[in-house]
Design a protein around this ligand. Sequence first.
Ligand code: ADP
Ligand code: MG
Length: 366
Amino acid sequence: PPPPGPLPIRRLHESLINRIAAGEIIHRPASALKELLENSLDAGSTAIRVTVKDGGMKLLQIQDNGCGIRKADLPLLAERFTTSKLSTFSDLSKLTTYGFRGEALASISHVAHLSVVTKTKSDSCAWKATYSDGVLVPSKTGQTPDPKPCAGNDGTTLTIEDLFYNTPTRLSALRSSSEEYARILDVMTRYAVHNPSVSFVCKKAGSPSPELSTPSSSEITQTIRLLYGHSISKELLHITTSSDNGEDDDTSEDDPESWSAEAYFTNANYQAKKTVFLLFINHRLVESSRIKRSIESVYSGVLPKGASPFVYLSIKIDPRSVDVNVHPTKREVHFLNEEAITEKISDTIQHTLVGQSQSRVFEYQT
Ligand code: ADP
Ligand code: MG
């Protein structure tokens, strides 16, 4: 029977709060990896190596050659809402980093075993630390849980083991390790295309050769060819477009509504079963069904029914016009003039596609 009246309101336990919050950000191994990749890129890395065991459920390790973490900051590393990237609310509108909330490592430490080995350029050795539920794990001898000195290269290696060991429902909701691994490769592939100057390597632990490997200082088309194959890269068209319509020359650099976009997309010769759409807004990997639909409708005019394109689109918008704080995983962003921007990009793609297929017909006829 239902209780006779309202139940008392109680404060949740801190550990429960943290575990619930972690569940919103870390859905599966690939979402943990996305956070770690972004941290490595934020740290200025030019080489990122990922090692995976059992689809990332047993082990997910990411090694970078970025700026490293200062030893003095290690005690705070996995605490919730601790970050080196944001300090005032107004900073939110000029963000140039992926991170800003200081939640990722904290979340991971609440649902997995987390450890770090890190070295800054000025450190003479690396430091190792292990975390559980947001804090450094106390050493067995009961001393203060200081980071331990160890050998290591400049940069940071983060190791996540036994993801969701303490959240069995989440663990049982995961797919097979091969499916989870496929998702990890998908996230890495997308970031690798968008960051051709950074070398990405992903391999299974114990496997002799990586499943994914890109060189550093490459170019987007080269990276697309390497990762998606020649059949796509040989049919790519390229456009750039922006808010600048050349009409009023006084639009200062400082116009918060200014934007620019660049796209690589397949021509009418290429026909896939499903659209491959890589969308980056201010370097963030995001999803937008509006933009996707708009581009698909452009292609519906050039491709036969049931055929789909490959599209990579990168949009840069003044950070003051973008709200990245709408989704815990930052998977969606909201921005000003979304409709107008989408339309201009789609129109530009359409012109190029139509122009290209007309010149092809023309060549054919002559
Ligand atoms: P956020 O990225 O929102 O700041 P995180 O929990 O992802 O929060 O990371 C917390 C802090 O740890 C970062 O602000 C950064 O200072 C540091 N950090 C995390 N990963 C790295 C890394 N790979 N290299 C250097 N510093 C890192
Ligand atoms: Mg982060």
